[in-house]
Design a binder for this molecule. Structure first.
Ligand code: SAM
Length: 240
C-alpha cells in the first residue's frame, strides 16, 4: 500500500492508496488514439473556452501557482489547448506549450498575440508521447486536464520526466473517477465512448500515480464537489 501526502483544509493528512485494478484500463485507454483525440478537439475548439473556461479555471490557477514558484523558470505545459492558463504565469517565466490539435493551438496563438504574453516562448504542435525536446530542457512540467486525454499515459510520463530536470516539479491537475455508485455508473457508461468524447471518464488517481512512477510530493483537492485534484510529483529521470 502506498501512502500519499494529502494537504486538506485542516493541514497535512495522509490518504491511503490501495493498488487496484484501475491501472490496466488506464494503460489500455479503450479506443483513445491521436486521430480520435485530434478529431474530438477539432470539434470542441470553437466552444471550448465557453464550456470549460470558467469551470476548470480554479484547477488551472492552482497548477500554475504550484509550478511557477521561482524567478526565471522555463516551464513546459503539455496539452496547452486554447492557452487559457497562459496569462496566469509570472512575467519572468519562459513558457513553452505543446498540443496535438491545430485548432486548439490556433486559438492559443491568437490569445498570446491579443494579450501580448511576452513570457510565452513558443507553442508547438507536438505529441506529448514523443517530444522533440532535449533531456533536461525544462525546470518544471505541467499538464492540466490532459492526463485523461493523452492515449498512452506511461509514455507521456516517461517523456515529461525525460525533458524535466531531475528534482523539478511535474504537476498534474485533472478530474478523477470517484468510485461512487452513481458517478461510477455514469463513468462506466461513458467509458466505451472515449474515442468519441476524447477523454477517459473513469481514470483513477491511483492509476495516474502508478503509471507516473515517481515520488508524489503533494495531492490536493481543487473542487469541493466532485473529484478534481492537483498532484505534484518530484521528478526523477526514467531508467532504461
Ligand atoms: C481537456 S483539454 C485541456 C486543455 C487545457 N490544458 C485546459 O486546461 O483547458 C486536453 C488537451 O490535450 C491535448 N492533447 C491530447 N493528446 C495530446 C498529446 N498526445 N500530446 C499533446 N497534447 C495532447 C488536446 O488536443 C487538448 O487540447
Amino acid at each position: 500500500m502506498k501512502r500519499l501526502p494529502e494537504t486538506g483544509a485542516g493541514g497535512r493528512v495522509f490518504a491511503e492508496m490501495e493498488p487496484d485494478a484501475t491501472v490496466e484500463p488506464a494503460r489500455r485507454r479503450r479506443g483513445l488514439d491521436l486521430t480520435s483525440v485530434r478529431s474530438a478537439y477539432g470539434r470542441y475548439a470553437n466552444f471550448y473556452d465557453l464550456v470549460f473556461g470558467a469551470l476548470f479555471e480554479p484547477g488551472r490557477l492552482a497548477a500554475v501557482r504550484s509550478t511557477n514558484t521561482r524567478h526565471g523558470q522555463r516551464i513546459l505545459e503539455v496539452g496547452v489547448g486554447t492557452g487559457l492558463s497562459l496569462p496566469s504565469y509570472r512575467a519572468d517565466a519562459r513558457v513553452v506549450g505543446i498540443d496535438v490539435s491545430p485548432e486548439m493551438l490556433r486559438l492559443a496563438h491568437e490569445r498570446v498575440a491579443s494579450e501580448a504574453l511576452g513570457h510565452v516562448e513558443a507553442l508547438h504542435e507536438m505529441d506529448a508521447q514523443e517530444m522533440s525536446f532535449a533531456d533536461d530542457s525544462f525546470d518544471a512540467v505541467v499538464a492540466m486536464y490532459t492526463v485523461s486525454v493523452v492515449p498512452d499515459l506511461e509514455r507521456m510520463f516517461a517523456e515529461m520526466r525525460r525533458v524535466c530536470v531531475p528534482g523539478g516539479d511535474i504537476v498534474v491537475v485533472n478530474h478523477f473517477a470517484t468510485g461512487g455508485f452513481l458517478t461510477g455508473l455514469v463513468e462506466g457508461v461513458m467509458s466505451p465512448l472515449s474515442s468519441l468524447i476524447g477523454f477517459q471518464p473513469d481514470l483513477r488517481e491511483q492509476a495516474v500515480v502508478a503509471l507516473a512512477d515517481i515520488e508524489v510530493q503533494e495531492t490536493r483537492k481543487i473542487s469541493i464537489i466532485g473529484n478534481r485534484k492537483l498532484i505534484r510529483f518530484r521528478n526523477e529521470h526514467p531508467t532504461g
